[in-house]
Design a protein around this ligand. Structure first.
Ligand code: SF4
Length: 385
């Protein structure tokens, strides 16, 4: 609590230079009461330094299909909303403990970003409550709140608002909470001044652990990143995955934590107080068989309200089948024999891919089944196996 106060004091001190102290003081007080761990402010100026970065990554094919590229919209707050005068950037920590004992080969993994409830909803609710409390006193204030759904980049806004510095893995790293922070921002029609942007990360100057740890080489020197090679992207991609991509998925059915887990700053980062992100072991380290056999009711009750559910039930099941090929056990083999008869063509195809990982035994299992599939199926099978 003492440290949290420190963060708020620092930011008040810095924003006091430009804007309305009373209003900002109220915003900071309200934010703290709503469990917003970090908050900062910036103006509506164009993020011009981002333009060449986006263009360069686009030219290199480093931007995945999940990001809608429109450089003007991605970097100009006034195009997103013409009344923008200031932007409030917020961060909420999601670092929680999980008892990893008794996690055996029957289980798969879900990334920390999808532990607990969907952060998009939680952060939007916090920002809307913050602003409705403020607009009650200041009815002329208008605003628009975003979490991962604005043309602007939450990370760029957070950086310029002083929430943290960029790590080599592309995440925003806060000195207290590390990079385990969900980010959101609010465009407002009032002047709120600017928090100070932070210098480069001193730890990053002498560290490249995230670059070395990333199995696919997605993280490059020079703060560059190829999102098309990110394992998290593989787990969410709907197109057929290559064998290499399937191997990289390892035991993940959603997301990837490798580059954040190895970061020394995260090891000592403060834990989250947000109850909405507390993980349940059976949900975030589920049995592979439970995901494969998941019905609509289970998906709706457990995963649809988490970030892991946004691509639908079948993607999680597909990934669990891939995991059953990566973690070779008799139980997983029997599961794959069962899914080989699924009514969905892609589930059958991934079951065949995974059975191939079991060598001759698996090969014998799929031979006859493959002959029963149509030509298009067999063609894709041969390309991607
Ligand atoms: Fe920076 Fe090292 Fe963390 Fe990567 S692992 S973000 S290089 S401190």
């Amino acid at each position: 609590m003492v440290v949290l106060t420190y963060v708020y004091v620092i930011i008040i001190d810095k924003i006091n230079i430009n804007g309305d102290f009373v209003l900002k003081d109220i915003i900071l007080g309200e934010a703290k009461g709503l469990g917003i761990d970090i908050i900062g402010f910036t103006d509506g100026e164009v993020f011009s330094e981002l333009q060449p970065v986006i263009k360069d990554r686009l030219d290199k094919g480093f931007i995945s299909s999940f990001f809608h590229v429109d450089i003007e919209q991605n970097t100009n707050p006034l195009i997103v909303w013409k009344d923008t005068k200031s932007i409030i950037s917020i961060g909420v920590s999601y670092k929680h403990k999980l008892d990893e004992t008794k996690i055996d080969k029957s289980r798969c993994s879900i990334s920390r970003v999808a532990w607990g409830q969907d952060y998009h909803n939680i952060l939007l609710e916090k920002m809307n409550r913050l602003m409705s409390n403020i607009t009650r006193e200041y009815p002329d204030i208008k605003y628009k709140a975003y979490v991962d759904n604005a043309p602007l980049l939450d990370r760029a806004v957070a950086h310029r608002s002083g929430l943290g510095f960029y790590g080599k893995n592309g995440f925003i790293i806060n000195k207290l909470y590390g990079s385990y922070i969900f980010l959101g921002h609010i465009l407002t029609n009032i002047e709120l001044g600017k928090s100070s942007e932070l210098d480069d990360c001193t730890t990053c100057r002498f560290c490249s652990r995230c670059i070395q740890a990333c199995p696919t080489g997605a993280i490059k020197e020079g703060y560059d990143f190829n999102s098309n090679k990110c394992i998290s992207f593989f787990t969410q991609k709907k197109e057929l995955l290559s064998r290499e991509e399937r191997k990289y998925i390892g035991k993940m059915v959603y997301g990837c934590d490798i580059c954040q887990e190895v970061c020394p700053i995260n090891k000592t980062a403060k834990y989250s107080n947000e109850a909405a992100f507390v993980p349940l072991k059976d949900v975030v380290r589920p049995k592979i068989k439970d995901i494969i056999n998941m019905d609509n009711a289970m998906f709706k009750n457990i995963y649809k309200s988490s970030s892991a559910g946004w691509r639908g039930k079948k993607i999680l099941q597909r990934n669990a089948i891939i995991v059953a090929g990566n973690i070779k056990t008799e139980e997983n083999y029997q599961l794959l024999k069962q899914t080989l008869n699924d009514s969905r063509w892609d589930i059958r195809m991934y079951s065949m891919f995974s059975l191939l990982e079991y060598g001759e035994r698996g090969m014998n299992e799929i031979k006859e089944k493959l002959n029963g599939e149509d030509e298009e199926f067999r063609k894709n099978f041969n390309i991607y196996c």
